[in-house]
Design a binder for this molecule. Structure first.
Ligand code: AMP
Ligand code: ZN
Ligand code: FE
Ligand code: FE
Length: 275
C-alpha cells in the first residue's frame, strides 16, 4: 500500500508547500498522493508540476467544509472538473467569506484583550484559504497562548468565546456541487462527529465514497464504515490528513495508506460521472 489520499499544503492550512509535499512523498516511496486542501484547488497544479517526470502520481482533490446541525462535516471531492464555473464561483464566495470571518474573529479577540495584527494573520494565511489555524499561529507568535491547541481550547474552538461560524454549506449541498463538477464526493473522516442518519442522507444525495481509513479512526470505526461502504457500494478511501511536519505524529505523511486500486476506482467513477 503506497497511496495517501488526504494531504494538505500551505495553500490551505498545511505548513509544507505543494513542492515540499511532493518531495517528501517521493522520499518515502509513495506511488500517489491526493492534494485535498480546504476549499481551494490551487495546490493541485503546483504539485503536478513538481511531480512531472518523477515516479509519483498526483490525484486532484479538495476538502469542502460544511456544517450539519451545528457540527463541522468535511466532504472530499476527487477528480473535479477544475474549469466548472459553478464550482469555481462557489470557491470564490467561500474564500471571501473565510477572510471576512477571520476579521470577525480578530475583532472578538480584541474584545477579549488579545490584540492581533490582522495583516500579520493574513500574511500567515497567504493567498490561499484563510482559517482558524492561521489565527492560532498568530496568537502563539504574540504569546497570547502557548500553543495552537490552547488557542482552540480557550478561544477559537467551536465553543470558544471568539468562535465565529463559517459560511454554511450543508454536506448534501457539497455532495451535489462536487457531482455537478463531475467529481467523486467522499465523506471525510466520519469518525469525527458523523452520525448514521447523516450518512444515509449523504448516500441519498449521491455520495460515492467514504474515508474509512483516517488517523482518528478506531478499529471498531474502521470495521463499521467498511461494512457501510460494502452494503452501499461506496469506494473505500483513506489518508493521513497530513498538515505538516509539526503536526500530530499520527498524521505524518503516509501514516495512513491505501492500495493503488483505490485510485483506479476513483478514476473510473469520475469517468462515469462525466458520461
Ligand atoms: P477553519 O477551517 O478555519 O474552521 O479551521 C479548521 C481547521 O482548524 C481544521 O481543519 C484543523 O486543522 C484545525 N483545528 C480545528 N480544531 C482544532 C483544535 N482543537 N486544535 C488544533 N487545530 C484544530
Ligand atoms: Zn486543515
Ligand atoms: Fe477534515
Ligand atoms: Fe483534512
Amino acid at each position: 500500500m503506497s497511496v495517501d489520499l488526504h494531504v494538505h499544503t500551505s495553500v490551505s492550512d498545511g505548513t509544507d508547500t505543494p513542492e515540499q509535499v511532493v518531495e517528501q512523498a517521493l522520499s518515502i516511496g509513495l506511488e500517489a498522493i491526493a492534494i485535498t486542501d480546504h476549499d481551494i484547488l490551487e495546490g493541485i497544479s503546483a504539485a503536478q508540476e513538481a511531480a512531472r517526470g518523477k515516479n509519483i502520481e498526483i490525484v486532484p482533490g479538495i476538502e469542502l467544509s460544511t456544517v450539519y446541525k451545528q457540527k463541522e462535516i468535511h466532504v472530499l471531492g476527487y477528480y473535479i472538473d477544475r474549469e466548472n464555473e459553478e464550482f469555481l464561483n462557489y470557491l470564490t464566495i467561500f474564500r471571501n467569506a473565510r477572510r471576512e470571518r477571520i476579521i470577525k474573529i480578530t475583532e472578538k479577540l480584541l474584545g477579549l484583550g488579545i490584540n492581533l495584527d490582522l495583516e500579520r494573520v493574513m500574511a500567515i494565511a497567504g493567498d490561499g484559504s484563510a482559517g482558524r489555524p492561521h489565527v492560532a499561529e498568530a496568537m502563539v507568535e504574540i504569546g497570547a497562548v502557548s500553543s495552537m491547541s490552547e488557542a482552540f481550547e480557550k478561544y477559537i474552538g467551536f465553543n470558544g468565546p471568539a468562535y465565529v461560524p463559517r459560511f454554511k454549506l450543508s454536506p448534501t449541498e457539497a455532495v451535489k456541487l462536487i457531482l455537478s463538477a463531475k467529481g467523486v464526493p467522499v465523506l471525510a473522516h466520519p469518525g469525527l462527529d458523523v452520525n448514521k442518519s447523516l450518512i444515509s442522507e449523504l448516500i441519498d444525495a449521491g455520495i460515492q465514497g467514504i474515508e474509512v481509513y483516517h488517523p482518528s479512526h478506531s478499529w471498531d470505526q474502521i470495521n463499521l464504515y467498511t461494512a457501510l461502504a460494502r452494503v452501499n457500494s461506496l469506494i473505500i478511501t483513506g489518508g493521513s490528513d497530513y498538515h505538516g511536519q509539526n503536526n500530530d505524529e499520527r498524521s505524518r505523511l503516509g501514516s495512513v495508506l491505501v492500495d493503488y486500486t483505490v485510485v483506479k476506482e476513483l478514476k473510473e467513477c469520475a469517468r462515469r460521472n462525466r458520461l
